[in-house]
Design a protein around this ligand. Structure first.
Ligand code: ZN
Length: 200
């Protein structure tokens, strides 16, 4: 069964409960938006999808279709079941926060993914002890042979989507990254909304 299409507005976060076996399809509506994505055990917020642990599981840094996305207890919480995009998603960069924007020269409050996580969880009366490193869907961070990274633009096209299926009851949180000071959300540096739907 496919449910209605929902929106994550530009620069905002949303938290969604998934039952075991249920899936979420996240759609890059305009094709250039990075979506910071987290996942927590619905019964124990201290267990969460962990990029550091995922690297050990994958023996790499780029998850691909069919991969299990590992928690800090080294078991899959989500399966990357489908990916219509070129499959370039970042797992090495921390969520943006007020400190990141201050370092870029911003002198006033700037929307950020760390606060979006906190707000989105708060809307369903949950709280995380910290902000885990997110799975940055569509964030294109090429890594050179010398280990240096560059800030690329997303490689996907409008309407590309990923499907994440819950291995057990969990909470998925998405943030449409508000980064508008470097071109990780495309050359226009204009964050946009994305959409999602639930699949059973
Ligand atoms: Zn961000």
């Amino acid at each position: 069964m496919v449910t209605d299409l929902h929106v994550v507005p530009a620069r905002c976060g949303r938290a969604v409960r998934l039952a075991k076996g249920q899936a979420i399809q996240i759609i890059n509506t305009h094709g250039q938006q990075v979506v910071d994505t987290w996942c927590f055990n619905a019964d124990d917020m201290s267990e969460f999808m962990s990029m550091e642990h995922l690297h050990a599981t994958l023996q790499g840094i780029f998850p691909a279709k069919g991969d299990g996305l590992t928690t800090n207890r080294r078991r899959p919480i989500l399966i990357l079941e489908e990916d219509s995009s070129p499959g370039r998603h970042d797992t090495v960069i921390a969520a943006c926060d007020v400190h990141r924007y201050a370092a870029l020269g911003c002198t006033q409050y700037h929307d950020n993914c760390t606060d979006n996580l906190k707000t989105a969880l708060g809307q369903i009366n949950l709280r995380a002890a910290a902000c885990p490193a997110p799975l940055n869907l569509w964030m294109n961070i090429p890594v050179g042979p010398d280990g240096k990274i560059t800030w690329g633009e997303p490689l996907c096209k409008p309407g590309d989507h990923v499907t994440l299926r819950a291995v057990f009851d969990c909470i998925v949180v998405m943030s449409t990254c508000p980064q508008d000071m470097i071109p990780i959300n495309g050359a226009a540096c204009t964050p946009t909304e994305v959409h999602y739907r639930l699949l059973t």
